[in-house]
Each structure stands twice: as C-alpha cells, then as structure tokens.
Design a protein. Structure first.
Length: 286
C-alpha cells in the first residue's frame, strides 16, 4: 500500500480529527497544519518546511446560520486563496490538493438525486462562499492539481450540537421530554463522517485532477426518520415542538446526491447505516 504523506488543514476540527485517524489507521503519514491561514509569513514558512505530497483542505466555517456572513467569506474563500498562493511557491510538486466544498451549492433542486453536472444555485451565504471558493480555485487548475469535493450532509460522534442530528441525539440521551425543531420534512443525506473521510483518502489516490466529486450515498432521510430510529434505539418517546425561529427561509427542501462518479472512481462501499451512525453518537463520551 502507498504511504501518502498528507498535509491537513483544520485537522483539529470535527472532520479533520476523523480524517487524521482514518489516514493514520490505513498507513498514511499526516502533517497537521498549525499556522493561521491569514498569517501569510508563518503559513509560508510552515508549508515550505513540512514534508508531504498531498493536501487536504478542511479548515472552514461550516455552520450555515453563522452570525457573521463576512467572516464566512473571509475564511472559506480568502483563507483558501492564501493556502493555494503559498503552495504555488513550492519547489517540489504536489500530487493532489483536495478542497472540501459542500453540496449546499446545489440549493433547491427538483431532481431526485443530484449529479455533478447540475448547475449550482446557492441560497445562503455559506453555500455562496463555498461556490465562490470553487470558482476561485479553478483559476489555479492550470498550475495546481486541484480536485473539489461536495459532501452531502454527514454527522458522527463529537459533532457540535449546533448541528441538528447531534442535538436530537443529545435530547434522547438525556431522556428529555421535548425538543424544539424546525421543518421536520426537509430531506438530507445523513452519512457517516467516517465514510466521508474514507472517500477523501480514495480520491487522493484515484481522482482526476480538475474534477468535482459528490461525496454521497444517494439515500436521504427527514428528521422524522431520525427521531423514529432514536425512539427504537433508546425506548424513549419525545414531544416535538416546531419552533418558528428554527425555520429557515432560504433552505433547500431536499439534498440527495448521485454517487456514481464517486463510486466509479473509488470503488468505495459505505459500510455505515443510519442506525450505526446514531448508535455511535449515542454511545460517544468526550
């Protein structure tokens, strides 16, 4: 097996921790970037001194209702620009640079499953920032071996309770009598973070430079499905209160991806069911 030497940004974040664990477990070498993406001098020094052939860029603001929209664009677009500008100055060639975008760039879509040829239609600042990052990155594709990934919704143990699945799980874990939620009928893929990280690793080896890849399974659920599964797992019933403050005006009603391009490239199999993922969150201790 090839030992990939990988520089990871955002290595201490939710996805970064799992990616690092998965990479090391499968025999690869990981270098965790420590520098601030906006401290150009320190960033350049650290990147020039580190030893790696691949880059996985996970550092980002990933919470859609983040309070400061300007900060979303600064981190997600300008932070990525700084990273690519520094890499561009390196003497030794990089084999792959994986940039994590988001399936949220597709926005509201009438297709049952969305493939990579679907025109983006972002409907919030987070999605706009990710699409802007993509367009910016493609100006470097004649100089750098970039691939773009668009992960559909995923979750797992340790994810911040600002996100809906860990929030719901926590209420069941505590035996709460009720929970405030928004639209229960919004449909999303709720894939496992470990599946996403395994996909990233495979794409580093087998992807085609300049391409976009959905990270998805083609299976979606609504929040009623999540609640039903948790009721079975915990033998606990909970009252759902629909809170108007959690209803988003600009929210895609359904996001479900077409995994054929990913599957053809990586031959990866998603071994985590929704039940597996929810159980792992239920059993997780800090």
């Amino acid at each position: 097996m090839i030992d990939l030497k990988i520089l990871v940004t955002g290595a201490e974040g939710f996805t970064g921790k799992y990616f690092t664990q998965e990479a090391i477990k499968t025999g690869h070498t990981v270098y965790k970037l420590k520098s601030d993406l906006f401290n150009f001098t320190e960033l350049q020094k650290e990147i020039e001194q580190a030893s790696y052939d691949y880059v996985v860029h996970l550092a980002a603001i990933s919470f859609i209702p983040h309070a400061d929209s300007s900060e979303i664009y600064k981190v997600n677009v300008l932070g990525t620009t700084n990273l690519l500008d520094v890499i561009l100055k390196l003497k030794n060639p990089i084999k792959r640079i994986l940039l994590a975008s988001s399936a949220s760039v597709y926005g509201n879509n009438s297709n049952l499953t969305i493939d990579e040829s679907q025109l983006p239609f972002p409907i919030n600042h987070y999605a706009c920032s990710k699409l802007s990052m993509e367009y910016m990155a493609f100006t470097y594709t004649n100089k750098l071996p970039i691939i773009i990934t668009r992960p559909f919704n995923y979750t797992g143990p340790g994810q911040n309770q600002l996100f809906v699945v860990p929030k719901i799980v926590d209420h069941f874990k505590r035996g709460a009598e009720s929970i405030d939620l928004g639209d229960l009928n919004v449909e999303r893929e709720f894939n496992d973070v470990r599946f996403v990280c395994q996909s990233y690793l495979k794409l580093l080896e087998f992807s085609e430079v300049g391409n976009i890849y959905n990270i998805c399974t083609g299976t979606s659920y609504n929040l009623n499905n999540i609640i039903s599964q948790l009721e079975k797992l915990t033998d606990h019933k909970i009252t759902i209160n629909q809170n108007p403050s959690y209803l988003r005006v600009n929210e895609a009603k359904s996001l479900c991806g077409d995994p054929r391009k990913l599957n053809n490239c990586t031959k990866i199999f998603n071994s985590y069911t929704l039940k597996d993922t929810l159980e792992s969150i239920l059993n997780y201790e800090e």
